[in-house]
Design a protein around this ligand. Structure first.
Ligand SMILES: Nc1ncnc2c1ncn2[C@@H]1O[C@H](COP(=O)(O)OP(=O)(O)OP(=O)(O)O)[C@@H](O)[C@H]1O
Ligand SMILES: [Mg+2]
Length: 385
């Protein structure tokens, strides 16, 4: 780890030394990624539970930057059962997007890398470990099997091409059914209708700037669903929209998910959205999962002090308060994480064991897990703390 001067700045020499070390590490990773003709057996794997679409197991994704290694995702495990919606919540910078970009193999390379862990994706007859899948093979999975909806629709749409051409392109790129040009156009119009665009033939010939934000997000959803993916990752899909449109888009997403029987990983910092959409909830803090369970369990019995804080900082209709609760303090520096519980310095309900190493996962129920010393029983606390 980089030595820092008292003020927290790195010297130029130190920074150069880090860059050099980083290059060595990332070159090694890149060599692995770029290999051609890798036998499939190298990245084929088995799902732990065949009823899951995705299983993430102890995932570590780091950014090797000039100021040190950012451990953006530092040991994340959770699964997405087939046909279900899993909500991922946590405050800004906790690693939600980096987790989803890791699943898509879209981390900003070469500095961003999946360092260890498994991402098992169920492809029907077989399963692959995305962490080991070479770039070449990943191109067939991305878009076809997993697709992503981003927060701001204009990041996914090209302003200089007509809507129809952009959706057509997605279909042509993943043209497993060998459709002709006319058939592709017909399918695009059908998709635009499916996402609730009334004048779909007209919209086909429009440019993105001619549409409203909600319409654009519908187009993006149409593009994401074009190839009937098994997994849809929606990263803050409605944050850029006003509440009424937000509700419509969420309804649409839920309805389409059931229509094509896929699963959704829904990233949001809006607990209201989670409550409405999710079957399961994963709560992340500083690159780790601090609590997970069914939506019912997380909302009726939040256990981790961070989850409890999140719930308390949500306004409740009909409840009068002078000021809304906010969790004190700030997230630790991702380059320099403490060796104890990452939430300890902000926690208002610490117990004796909290000085010990990072707490392991404790089962509150078979589906409900929390990483917190408050749920260790006395004997366990002694052994692990
Ligand atoms: N390209 C990058 N280079 C270096 N660090 C990065 C990069 N991208 C993300 N990070 C860092 O990784 C951490 C996790 O970021 P991430 O984007 O996953 O947060 P998030 O949970 O999606 O937050 P938000 O709710 O604001 O979208 C942050 O500390 C961020 O600074
Ligand atoms: Mg994000």
């Amino acid at each position: 780890m980089a030595k820092k001067k008292a003020e927290g700045y790195l010297s130029a020499k130190e920074s150069r030394r880090i860059s050099k070390a980083n290059r060595k590490i990332t070159n090694e990773f890149e060599k692995q990624h770029k290999r051609k003709n890798v036998p499939e057996s190298e990245y084929l794997t088995k799902m732990r539970d065949p009823a899951n679409t995705l299983e993430i197991d102890d995932l570590h994704s780091y950014f090797y930057t000039d100021v040190g290694t950012v451990k953006a995702v530092d040991g994340v495990s959770f699964e997405v059962p087939t046909g279900k919606t899993v909500g991922v919540v946590g405050e800004s910078g906790c690693g939600k997007s980096v987790t989803s970009l890791s699943i898509m193999q879209l981390l900003q390379r070469p500095q961003g890398q999946i360092v260890s862990g498994e991402i098992r994706m169920n492809l029907g007859g077989k399963a692959v470990d995305i962490a080991k899948t070479p770039i070449e093979a990943m191109q067939h999975i991305r878009g076809n099997q997993i697709s992503m909806i981003f927060q701001e629709p204009m990041t996914s749409l090209n302003p200089v091409f007509r809507i129809g051409a952009q959706v057509d392109e997605v279909l042509a790129l993943h043209n497993e059914e060998h459709r002709t040009k006319e058939q592709i156009k017909a399918r695009t119009i059908e998709l635009l209708q499916m996402v609730g665009i009334a004048n779909s033939e007209g919209v086909y010939n429009m440019f993105p700037h001619e549409l409203s934000g909600g319409m654009r997000q519908r187009v993006v959803i149409a593009m994401a669903l074009a190839c009937i993916p098994r997994l849809i990752i929606a990263d803050e899909p409605t944050t850029a929209l006003d509440v009424t449109i937000q509700a419509q888009i969420l309804d649409l997403l839920r309805q389409l998910k059931d229509q094509i029987n896929s699963s959704i990983m829904l990233i949001t910092h809006d607990l209201g959205v989670i409550a409405e959409m999710a079957d399961y909830v994963v709560v992340m803090y500083a690159g780790r999962v601090v609590e997970k369970g069914t939506a019912e369990e997380i909302f009726s019995n939040p256990c981790h002090p961070y989850t409890i804080g999140l719930m308390a900082s949500k306004p409740v209709v009909g409840k009068k308060v002078d000021s809304l609760y906010s969790i004190p303090g700030k997230v630790p520096n991702p380059v320099n994480m403490p060796d104890y519980c990452y939430f300890k310095d902000r926690c208002e309900s610490c117990v004796a064991g909290c000085d010990g190493e990072y707490p392991r996962e404790v089962s509150v129920s078979p589906t409900h897990k929390v990483s917190c010393y408050r749920y260790y029983d006395a004997k366990e606390g002694k052994n692990n703390g």
